[in-house]
Design a binder for this molecule. Structure first.
Ligand code: ARG
Length: 247
């Protein structure tokens, strides 16, 4: 809290302006989440969302630092002012919108289901609840199964297996501990690369990704929306899409 502040309206410590009067915002990411949030060989955050964030920050005249946060803790970290921005392939959902203000959508995904190539499991089996399906904890894949399969009794709750990352779920699939994995469609190329895995189907969830900020940070939201709109109309946006081989 700055000198003279009442404690109720305290600006995020992280957003304090430096000597050059340029504020620094802490951006929460859960990496690796290819191609959106990555970490390069030197440990530097990169990826589609990270590079987009850097462009927007430059355009809007602020600085950013990236902080690694488990995906299912991003929203509470934002509320607790441990981070100021969430930018890590997060789907805009009604539940999250109760706690987070999202920018305009910047990307759309559906859900994809994969199995081992030597498995005979079908998408119908999955939809009938007859399979164990891995997902990343706190993500829309698990939320979708809870709402559409578990809630109506089609799928036993234990059949949805929650992992800290998608790669841990995929490893368990390769080891034969679960039958399938469900995740955002754009992630498929990176997840399956070089592995004996295949796609058996998709669910048209029509999810949109947004950048999240605290409800109270309306000026930051406006600035992110302005920067994002400019970026999406700039040739750099297409360059990033090509660079990261996104579908
Ligand atoms: N889009 C999905 C969701 O919002 C999954 C996002 C996972 N992102 C990540 N950085 N691990 O629930």
């Amino acid at each position: 809290c700055f000198a003279g502040c009442t404690g109720t309206e305290s600006p995020s410590a992280s957003a304090e302006a430096g000597a050059d009067n340029v504020p620094t915002y802490i951006v929460g990411i859960d990496a690796p989440y290819p191609p959106f949030s990555l970490v390069d060989k030197e440990g530097k955050p990169t990826g589609f969302d990270t590079e987009s964030m850097e462009w927007i920050a430059k355009d809007q005249g602020f600085k950013v630092e990236f902080r690694q946060i488990a995906f299912d803790s991003l929203v509470t970290s934002l509320e607790g002012k441990n981070i100021d921005i969430i930018y890590s392939g997060m789907t805009i959902t009604p539940d999250r919108e109760e706690k987070v203000n999202f920018t305009h959508p910047y990307w759309q995904v559906n859900q994809t289901v994969i199995i081992k190539t030597d498995s005979s499991l079908t998408m119908d089996d999955v939809m009938a609840g007859k399979a164990t399906v891995g997902t990343q904890r706190g993500t829309t894949a698990g939320i979708w199964m809870d709402e559409h399969l578990v809630a109506n009794g089609t799928m036993p709750k234990e059949n949805v297996k929650h992992y800290d990352t998608i790669s841990l779920a995929v490893t368990d699939l390769e080891n034969g501990n679960i039958d399938a994995v469900m995740f955002d469609s754009t992630v498929i190329n990176d997840v399956m690369a070089g592995k004996n895995l295949e796609k058996i189907g998709s669910i048209d969830t029509h999810e949109y990704f947004g950048i999240g900020v605290r409800k109270s940070d309306t000026a930051l939201l406006n600035s992110l929306n302005e920067g994002l709109d400019k970026l999406m109309n700039d040739p750099y946006w297409q360059e990033l899409i090509t660079k990261y081989n996104m579908e």
